[in-house]
Design a protein around this ligand. Structure first.
Ligand code: ADP
Length: 474
């Protein structure tokens, strides 16, 4: 079965968050299981593109309203990522450095989707299935089934995966003319709340949609930034499949980005060496429990609660607990955290920015990883933490609820708290500090975590089973 994954991000080509990790790994693991999975994404002016060879496999021009745009499809020449990688290059629209954040983002992603459809239509390539990821490719199912330009492709099943249901990519009806000629009796499928909503359109038109954890599938019916009722009425089409992690990249035994490689056998010594490297770089002390946070500093991740909770924990344990934050995001949150670092330089350090290698060292060198998320569709950080023997301290929501069992329960290994507020977080951190003092228990939990299997093998198979279930129609 030939499958095209359509996404705005893919590791290592361009990564902003978890979407990239998933799209960079899932097709590789699907191919190992006998599928022919490829990735199609926008072209970005990035290191990966400059350092690798590509060939132009298709060139044409299309229309975005009255504006004609030229596009090229570039294929990475070696398939070294474990899947075919295609980039859609549109001079003036899709040839910039950043993935998101441009004022004409709507035009960028509509043009991306038109170019993709025109390419497979005109080059007579027909995948057996198209797997779209998040709203950036959410118009594809609608266009396939309701634009007469693509009648030849209208039997292709589409799967839509929601990595983050808070972002919809919505825009006004004034931009309807950007879409290729559509069946005007079907415009209701594009609509939600008086605008064109690509996420809603995808959920309505795709054959099946998936979320990146079973709990998140349920939570979307009560919290999805206005689409709650849509998820409620379409729920029969929804499936929750938990993400895996790429165990080739995230492996403390072979990770060249950490200070000391380690396996289960050298767990204590290996983690301590990494902790020393991290602490000496950031002026923290390596004989105190180290709690870290990695991620976007946004409300969704509970980052606005961090500064106060850390301050209270430091006051509660004046010389007993250290914190390290790696992230970037909302300016007020960044400022609050930097103030905290000024005030408590021996207990707390903050690195504002994005640094892939540092993230690896933080997973390896920390004792606890804090995730106070308000919304967490799956969360990959806790899965990386588990793999590196770092105890996750999480708010029980979405994928965090599905992957972290509290150590107070049978077979548990993490710390969970229910409400996203400062007091519950401080209480959870207090439990972490106390757990740190009971060395044998801590070691047992670390060993238990590292033996868990959250690799892609299982999840990749679940997606394939879902594809296969559509086969009679394929
Ligand atoms: P998101 O909602 O941001 O996609 P996920 O948990 O799904 O959250 O994925 C986050 C990914 O991004 C992880 O691989 C994490 O290590 C990485 N990450 C987030 N912020 C940073 C940062 N500042 N530096 C390095 N890696 C980061």
């Amino acid at each position: 079965m030939r499958v095209f994954h359509l996404s705005a991000e893919c590791y290592p080509v361009a990564k902003v968050g978890g979407l990239a990790d998933v799209v960079g790994a899932l097709p590789k693991y699907q191919n190992m299981l006998g599928l022919q999975a490829a990735v199609v994404m926008p072209y970005y002016d990035r290191k990966f593109v400059h350092e690798n060879e590509f060939e132009v496999v298709f060139k044409a021009s299309s229309l975005l309203g009255i504006r004609r745009f030229y596009f090229e499809i570039l294929k990475e020449s070696t398939d070294k990522l474990g899947f075919e990688l295609y980039l859609v290059r549109i001079p003036g629209l899709l040839d910039r450095e950043n993935v998101y954040g441009y004022p004409d983002e709507t035009e960028q992603f509509i043009a991306f989707q038109i170019a993709f459809l025109d390419w497979i239509n005109w080059s007579q390539q027909s995948p057996d299935l198209i797997h779209c990821h998040d709203h950036h490719s959410g118009l594809v199912p609608f266009l396939l089934y309701h634009s007469k330009l693509y009648t030849r492709l209208a039997n292709i099943p589409t799967i839509f995966t929601i990595h983050n249901g808070q972002y919809h990519g919505a825009f006004g009806w004034d931009k309807l003319s950007y879409l290729p000629e559509i069946d005007l009796t079907q415009t209701g499928l594009l609509d939600w709340n008086g605008g064109i909503n690509p996420l809603a359109a995808a959920v309505k038109c795709c054959w099946r949609y998936t979320t990146v954890s079973p709990s998140y599938l349920e939570e979307l019916t009560i919290n999805s930034n206005g689409l709650e009722y849509l998820f409620y009425i379409e729920r029969a089409k929804g499936f929750g499949i938990i993400n895996g992690i790429d165990t080739q990249i995230w492996n403390p035994k072979t990770d060249s980005m950490i200070a000391e490689k380690y396996s289960l056998k050298q767990l204590t010594a290996g983690k301590q060496k990494n902790k020393e490297a991290l602490c000496s770089r950031f002026g923290l002390s390596s004989d105190k429990p180290l709690v870290s946070f990695i991620g976007r500093l946004v409300v969704e991740k509970g980052a606005d609660l961090l500064a106060e909770a850390i301050k209270k924990s430091i006051l509660l344990h004046p010389d007993g607990i250290n914190f390290f934050i790696l992230g970037a995001g909302d300016i007020p949150v960044q400022e609050e955290l930097l103030e905290l670092k000024e005030k408590y330089p021996k207990q707390c350090n903050v690195y504002i920015g994005y640094d892939e290698a540092l993230a690896h060292l933080v997973y390896a060198g920390s004792d606890f990883l804090l995730m106070p998320s308000r919304v967490e569709p799956c969360g990959l950080n806790q899965l990386y933490a588990l793999r590196y023997g770092t105890i996750p301290v999480v708010r029980a929501t979405g994928g965090l609820k599905d992957t972290v069992i509290d150590f107070g329960e049978e077979g548990g290994y993490g710390i969970r708290f229910i409400q996203p507020n400062v007091n519950d977080m401080v209480h959870a951190l207090d439990r972490a500090a106390k757990l740190y003092e009971t060395t044998p228990h801590l070691q047992l939990l670390r060993k238990r975590m590292m033996a868990l299997d959250f690799s892609w093998d299982r999840s990749a198979l679940e997606y394939i089973n879902l594809y296969e279930s559509l086969k009679p129609a394929i």
